[in-house]
Ligand binder design. Structure first.
Ligand code: BG6
Length: 475
């Protein structure tokens, strides 16, 4: 095992899943705040049920989350103790622009993120900022219908300008949109989109996608202009689709499903729509208003590196009967159960070699440096008298680190780093609660909202600390 000495070993979180304090210091309401826990969660995330306010009938664990907003110093101190070299976190858009298009930014929001950055720098931890991790201001959703409308681009650019101005010289690594392809799968969570009756879904989704792609390109361009040393990446919810069999129809289906996701990265990395995507949109009767300025911007704003989340591979068949055997838990990326793989308690199929395959596919396609910005195991941990013995998580991380080693040393690919997801327990995006924990740091917070928020080191904390200390040689 040998990793480059500058390899960025780290951990990742997202604002709406860890900060809490959802109304403090003039923070405005966002889509991520109105998605409740419970049976309405999926219909709301899918944009099928409109919920633009919070109510007393529903429970919203993310409103308090793990209170990172008040405990960031304690948490970053633990990250430093774990030897983390990089911390990926996101910005709550409405802390900076409570209504999305306010005249001036909210200084209290900027102060908070600058303080988080300074705290990282104090310990020599490289900050990696996701500008938008699923957040969209509710005020803009009410006014424009979220990313359906081109006005969102200007609002997003205001956010970028405020962040680049305040954090210039302190932050090198930036990501524009977290899991940008989530827009097609969970439109309200991914892009603040809900569907009006009779609306053509494909038209809405691809229009919104175009707006995000232009916004992303503009953000890359602005970052390069304002911060010449900045490295800006795209971010894909990755995981190769395997054909269920070698039947050509299954292979074709796998390619099609992969393309749903590569659609975004093809544009962000290459600067133009691939021909197949234009044909696909024509076939769907989708008509996008792509201006000549948009075309130019897409070319000028290509990303410096490809970042992605990888938890599992996916499997698909062309046979509807086989496809019905859904892998439990894969509600977002519906996939067939792969008979060769074990799965997590939530049905996510564990496949370290799939990480190596995904890295190689992405590099073959784009030839840009790669960055794994999410990976990890969601599990229901038990606190025992003598600690939290999450050997299953250590096993998962170890096997995926071995795959990274192969990617670097056997395949020769440029891999910048890996920030493990939910390095400190936080609220799950899909389930909306905290039972599904990813952390190496346990947080005393329970599904019913109880708990004293105390932080405890799991066995995986001590293990990961040594992994980083030895630069991946002791696993
Ligand atoms: C990614 C998201 O989809 O996966 C995170 O970027 C999310 O926000 C993570 O939390 C894990 O998914 P989940 O549903 O287990 O929280």
């Amino acid at each position: 095992m040998s990793f480059p000495k500058e390899f960025l070993w780290g951990g990742a979180t997202a604002a709406n899943q860890c900060e809490g304090a959802y109304q403090e210091d003039d923070r405005g309401l966002a889509n991520v705040d109105t998605i409740p826990y419970g049976e309405d969660r999926f219909p709301v995330m899918l944009g099928l049920k409109k919920m633009l306010e919070c109510d007393t009938e529903h429970f919203y664990p993310s409103h308090d989350a793990i209170d990172f907003y008040h405990r960031y110093q304690e948490d970053i101190k633990l990250f430093a103790e774990m030897n983390m070299k990089c911390y990926r976190f996101s910005i709550a858009w409405t802390r900076i622009f409570p209504n999305g298009d306010d005249e001036t930014p909210n200084e209290k929001g900027l102060d908070f993120y600058e303080a988080v950055v300074d705290e990282c720098l104090k310990y020599g931890i490289e900050p990696l900022i996701t500008i938008c991790h699923f957040d969209a201001p509710i005020a803009l959703i009410k006014k424009y219908g979220g990313w359906k409308d081109r006005h969102m681009i200007d609002a997003f650019m205001k956010l970028c300008h405020a962040l680049f101005t305040r954090l210039n010289g302190k932050v090198k690594y930036w990501l524009t949109f977290n899991e940008i392809n989530m827009l097609l799968h969970l439109p309200f969570m991914g892009a603040g989109i809900y569907f009006e009756e009779g609306e053509d879904k494909n038209q809405v989704l691809y229009t919104a996608a175009h707006h995000e792609l232009v916004a992303s390109a503009k953000a890359v361009k602005l970052a390069h202009e304002m911060m010449p040393n900045a490295m800006v990446g795209c971010m894909l919810a990755a995981g190769q689709f395997y054909p269920y069999s070698c039947h050509p129809q299954d292979v074709y289906k796998g390619m099609e499903r992969d393309r749903d996701n590569y659609f975004f990265i093809d544009v962000q990395a290459r600067g133009e729509y691939p021909v197949w995507a234009i044909k696909r949109m024509e076939k769907l009767g989708v008509n996008i208003d792509i201006t000549s300025e948009d075309t130019k911007l897409l070319q000028e704003g290509t990303v410096d590196f490809i970042s992605f989340s990888y938890y599992a591979s996916r499997c698909v068949s062309a046979d509807p009967e086989i496809n019905k055997q859904n892998a439990k838990g894969n509600a977002v990326f519906s996939a067939v159960k792969n008979p060769y793989l074990k799965a997590s308690e939530w049905g996510w199929q564990i496949d370290p070699l799939g990480l190596r395959i995904t890295c190689n596919t992405l590099y073959d396609r784009y030839q840009k440096p790669l960055f794994i910005v999410e990976n990890g195991l969601g599990a229901n941990d038990t606190v025992e008298e003598d600690g939290i013995h999450d050997t299953y998580r250590i096993d998962y991380m170890r096997e995926h680190i071995k795959a990274m080693d192969a990617v670097i040393n056997e395949d020769g690919l440029p891999l910048l780093g890996c920030t493990f997801w939910g390095i400190i327990d936080l609220i799950s995006a899909s389930t909306g609660e905290i039972k599904k924990r990813y952390g190496t740091i346990y947080v005393d917070k329970q599904v019913d909202g109880s708990g004293n928020l105390e932080r405890k080191k799991k066995d995986s904390f001590v293990w990961y600390q040594k992994v980083i200390e030895s630069n991946g040689t002791i696993l």
